[in-house]
Design a protein around this ligand. Sequence first.
Ligand code: ATP
Length: 234
Amino acid sequence: MLEIDYLVAGYGGVPVLNGVSVKLSAGEFVGLLGANNAGKTTLINSLSGLVPPMSGRIRFEGQDITNLSPRQRVELGIVQVPEGRMVFPEMSVRENLLLGGINARAQPHRPRQMERVLELFPRLQERLAQHAGTLSGGEQQMLAIGRGLMAEARLLMMDEPSLGLSPLFVQYIFEIIDKLHANGLSILLVEQNLMLTLRHAQRCYVLERGHIAVEGTADVVRDDPRTRSAYLGL
Ligand code: ATP
């Protein structure tokens, strides 16, 4: 479904990603791990079109999307749940969700998709009229995921959804991700939480200073000494 070949990307002409290759099959749940500043967000932002590539190629379902705009990528179903949730605080929960489904492909399905999202997150149902800025961190994370689903995501890319949440909420968010995966959604999860990601994702990549240091199933990644060194920066 997704193929990234030798991607080089960065800021102001300085590369942060130095030839990264990643693959994800339809329906797969892939984890992207790495320490602070490894380049995880840069990679996910390159996939959503926010960071333009310096070289390399990205294909989605056989189509070269390397030079497509963020909007065109959303229309294809490549949807990002950004780090820090980025909900619109002055807008209601309902308005945030409706905005998620504003793209041409998703718009006709908004009522049905809204029902699904509220079924998945009953807590949001209770708070539909509330300003998003007044939600707790965990509820804002639910809203950010719900907004991504409203866009009729086919590949959902989540950037550190567990960041700053209590252990109970982290567990809950991972259960939700499992549920979405079980329903057939393709998932790329960026996380610093190594053990939890290894427990849930089918395959993982470990980024270390802009290159893939380790890749494979949870067991392979857990047992590879390079995973440890990538995290500890040894
Ligand atoms: P974290 O887990 O802390 O979010 P990360 O693995 O997601 O880290 P990135 O956010 O991709 O890492 O950052 C990788 C490098 O790119 C860092 O050195 C960072 O300072 C740099 N960087 C990120 N965003 C920008 C930007 N907008 N302009 C310039 N440099 C940036």
